[in-house]
Write a protein that binds this ligand. Structure first.
Ligand code: PGA
Length: 250
């Protein structure tokens, strides 16, 4: 049985005050979440506050990015060891905004995945096609390329120690959620792709859906066989919305 995992991706939102309020709201309702694992991926500068508030609660936390280097003269970068210093469990790697706005290619994403995994963080690897790629019918090629970059370089068992988030780019922040069937189709494809290398990893790896998942559509997405959770952007910024997604996961 794969434990569902709901993770909030706060992106570049919030302040110290709003972060405190959001976390207060999450802590007030987390007892009603029975089976899902819950995590929030906060901006780096708020990790100290997140850690102080969430330590000892069932909610995990993490970051949205990290450097592929371990330490040194890399102005402005944040190392895996620093995230561990703040007891992060998760780190998002290869989010489509990083790929498209900051030029992160499969090679760099693989390096980031490797350093995160080697350090003891759990990477959440984001993959997904653009609208243009979907319309061209190359969704599976794109997703396979993004996953194979990591799987063929680091091995299926290393991939299996992370989480994969399928996030169609056209659904992110647009309100245009993939239908449960569209999402399930790609999730099933991802599982088949991994099964070619390692059936055990394929059965056990958790696959999140991301892209305009909200309190209204979470239950039907999460009911699909190969959808084991969600990576939530906009709807993770309101405690009640995020908790309602977490409850929908069980
Ligand atoms: P969204 O973002 O839920 O706001 O679409 C999801 C994500 O980018 O992880």
């Amino acid at each position: 049985m794969r434990q569902p995992i709901i993770a909030g991706n706060w992106k570049m939102n919030g302040s110290r005050a709003s972060t405190k309020e959001l976390l207060d709201g999450l802590m007030a309702g987390i007892d009603e979440v029975k089976t899902a694992e819950v995590a929030v991926c906060a901006p780096f500068v708020y990790l100290a506050e997140v850690r102080a508030q969430l330590s000892g609660t069932p909610i995990f936390w993490g970051a949205q990015n990290l450097s592929h280097e371990e330490k040194g003269a890399f102005t402005g970068e944040i190392a895996a060891s620093m995230l561990l210093d703040f007891d992060c469990k998760y780190v998002i790697v290869g989010h489509s905004e990083r790929r498209s706005l900051y030029g992160e290619d499969d090679n760099l994403v693989t390096k980031k995945y490797a350093v995160a995994h080697r350090s003891g963080l759990t990477p959440i690897l984001c993959v997904g096609e653009t609208l243009e790629e979907r319309e061209k019918g190359v969704t599976e090629d794109v997703v396979a390329r993004q996953i194979n970059a990591v799987m063929n370089t680091l091995g299926a068992s290393v991939l299996g120690e992370g989480v994969i988030a399928y996030e169609p780019v056209w659904a992110i922040g647009t309100g245009m959620t993939a239908t449960p069937e569209q999402a399930q189709e790609v999730h099933a494809f991802i599982r088949r792709l991994i099964a070619e290398k390692d059936a055990h990893v394929s059965d056990n790896i958790r696959l999140q859906y991301g892209g305009s998942m909200n309190a209204g559509n979470a239950a039907e997405l999460l009911a699909m066989e190969d959808i084991d959770g969600g990576l939530i952007g906009g709807a993770s910024l309101k405690a009640e919305d995020f908790l309602s997604i977490c409850r929908a996961a069980g």
